[in-house]
Design a protein around this ligand. Structure first.
Ligand code: EPS
Length: 397
């Protein structure tokens, strides 16, 4: 079973990751991980920090002669902000000594983890909450999860995401998305992200991309922020992953958890999702056909029935709330004086949705990799691939 942990603060010296449970014999390089790290850093609506961070995960253990050894893989990524930013981060984030003249942050941003984190850990200022709840941590998450992505690729499983709604701008309905995304996904889901990556808002529709960019521009001027909805497609999944017999092994439940475990996410749906509750059954269920193998005539349930993969592409959507750090202030209460105040502006992005697409593509990868390991498991890639190919040839098609 693959597990991973991340450690590190947004303005600390570095982010650290440990990935455990990757079988031996998987080809892995820092350059491979960097592809996805670079993708995560791009996107219209980002603030100034991305202009100088150069995310690269350095492999510290678990890989020898370009192949994983089965041992835990340790990764390290420096935060250039720590030394290069104009601020005094080594002093603010010092691990030794006492606070001295380091300023206390006492104004919690509504919608952020600031106040709940302060209350939960009984800190004397909000800084430790800001540092760990920051989406900076997703840089290491993408690095850790890209290893599972590489694992999945060995089985022909591809992941690709795109933005379908940004604030008020988006595709009209499910069919409008399918019309553009499905022909790309037919070539493998990576074609979806490759097309989306050509747009700096990660939208595969040119006209919508333009309108989304204009929306960000306008909201930046207003001093506010934006969220939106992305869709992730996974192709090449075999049927039969997951469980309909155990609630805690249902694949849709496990996928929802990792999406909701990501900063700023407020909802997740599979296939038609919430729309399926607004219509009748004949508009929802996918008719079954057999053309050499079982298939579905449509894919409105998004590749999962009963928490088990159908062999159709997996379609998952997530909604991200607008960033809580905004130029135009909101009302808050000072945690020390309890006085009503306006929030203070800190450097921030206006919209992080294009980057959240890459994070979502990444976090689902270990869940899917574990589903493969559960069914076809083994200790080395050679062993797992042999089992996978044998069972796939035997299976009831
Ligand atoms: C973030 C605030 C910004 C973002 C950061 C997340 O950082 P700073 O406060 O240093 O300007 O740039 O995201 C990243 C650094 C990243 O790599 O994604 C926040 O408050 O969540």
């Amino acid at each position: 079973m693959i597990r991973y942990f991340t450690a590190g603060e947004s303005h600390g010296p570095e982010l650290t990751g440990i990935v455990e449970g990757i079988p031996a014999g998987l080809e892995l390089s820092e350059d491979y991980m960097e592809q996805h790290l670079v993708r995560r850093q791009k996107g219209y609506g980002r603030g100034g920090r991305m202009a100088f961070e150069k995310d690269r995960a350095i492999i510290k253990s678990g890989v020898r002669f370009s192949l994983t050894t089965g041992a835990p893989i340790a990764l390290s990524m420096v935060n250039l902000a720590f030394e290069k930013d104009k601020s005094n981060w080594p002093k603010v984030m010092a691990k030794d000594g006492k606070r001295g003249d380091v300023e206390k942050i006492t104004l919690p941003r509504p919608g952020h983890a600031d106040l709940v984190g302060y209350q939960k850990y009984r800190f004397d200022d909000i800084r430790p909450v800001i540092e760990r709840s920051s989406a900076r941590e997703t840089a290491m998450r993408v690095a850790c999860c890209s290893i599972s992505r590489k694992f999945l690729k060995s089985f022909g499983i591809e992941i690709g995401g795109h933005v379908i709604q940004l604030g008020p701008v988006g595709f009209n309905n499910w069919e409008a998305v399918r019309e553009q995304a499905d022909p790309l996904a037919e070539k493998g889901a990576e074609a979806v992200y490759k097309k989306a990556d050509k747009s700096d808002v990660r939208c595969i529709d040119k006209e919508l991309s333009h309108r989304m960019r204009e929306e960000i521009k306008m909201r930046r001027k207003d001093g506010t922020s934006l969220g939106g909805i992305y869709e992730i497609i996974v192709t090449g999944l075999p049927e039969g992953l997951g469980s309909y017999v155990h609630w805690d092994r249902k694949l849709d439940g496990l996928l929802a958890q990792v999406i909701m475990g990501t900063q700023a996410m407020k909802g997740v749906e599979i296939g038609l999702g919430f729309e399926s509750g607004k219509t009748h059954g004949h508009n929802v269920h996918d008719e079954i056909a057999y053309n050499g193998k079982f298939t579905r005539r449509t894919n409105r349930l998004g590749g999962l029935e009963g928490g088990v993969t159908t062999g159709m592409p997996l379609i998952l959507r997530g909604v991200m709330k607008p960033i809580p750090t905004m130029i135009k202030p909101l009302q808050t209460a000072d945690v020390e004086t309890k006085e009503q105040q306006e929030t203070r502006y800190e450097r921030s992005d206006v919209c992080a949705l294009p980057r959240a697409v890459v994070v979502a593509e990444s976090v689902i990868a270990p869940v899917l990799a574990n589903a493969i390991l559960e069914k076809f498991g083994g200790d080395s890639m050679e062993e797992i691939l042999a089992r996978y190919n044998r069972e796939r040839n035997d299976e009831k098609q």
